[in-house]
Design a protein around this ligand. Structure first.
Ligand SMILES: [Zn+2]
Length: 184
């Protein structure tokens, strides 16, 4: 994470922050397709989720489409598959290759914490899984194994829990589609 140097949120004006520069460039799909990068990405995400900072004061985080989108509250969002209950923790909120910096084939930094908040950390796993595994070339099992190993015996990744967050996230993305790609 880049070191925060200064920042301000003046009323009626844009907020800003300045941080120390991290060497590297935004990861490309080919970068995260590297097995060692997939391993390290899981480990790094586990460390972010285990960060000792308190959760008090963090805004709530949830990626759930507005009620009534597509005429649902979507059947696909019902917790019909069971699985582990959501946890209370820190969520990066936009964890995927576009917010990962790489330098000489190794991860050099994680950026863009502006959407971070307090919620279920499994959302970050779903974000990586959607962007880099389902839509990309990353080895999902290596990423999830790296994550679970870094968490030790504390937890493993529950498949049904991950699928639940994947459905929520995909529906949330689709709820924005008409605004981003309006019909002509
Ligand atoms: Zn959850």
């Amino acid at each position: 994470m880049p070191e925060l140097l200064a920042g301000d949120s003046p009323p009626g004006a844009l907020s800003w922050v300045a941080s120390r520069r991290i060497a590297g460039e935004r990861a490309k799909p080919a970068d995260v397709a590297d097995p060692s990068v997939a391993d390290n990405l899981g480990l790094l995400l586990a460390r972010i989720h285990d960060a000792p900072a308190g959760l008090d004061g963090l805004r709530p985080f949830r990626r759930r489409p507005p009620k009534g989108t597509f005429g649902l509250p979507p059947a696909g969002l019902r917790d019909r598959d069971g699985g582990q209950e959501c946890e209370d923790g820190f969520v990066h909120g936009d964890f995927s290759a576009r917010n990962i910096l790489v330098s000489h084939g190794e991860i050099s930094g994680i950026v863009d914490f502006e959407r971070s908040g307090r919620g279920c950390p499994v959302h970050d796993l779903a974000s990586v899984y959607l962007h880099e595994v389902l839509l990309g070339e990353m080895d999902g099992s290596r990423f999830l194994t790296g994550y679970a190993a870094a968490c030790g015996a504390r937890e493993t990744v529950d498949d049904r829990h991950l699928r639940r967050h994947l459905r929520e996230y995909v529906c949330w993305v689709l709820s924005w589609a008409p605004a981003v790609w309006p019909c002509r």
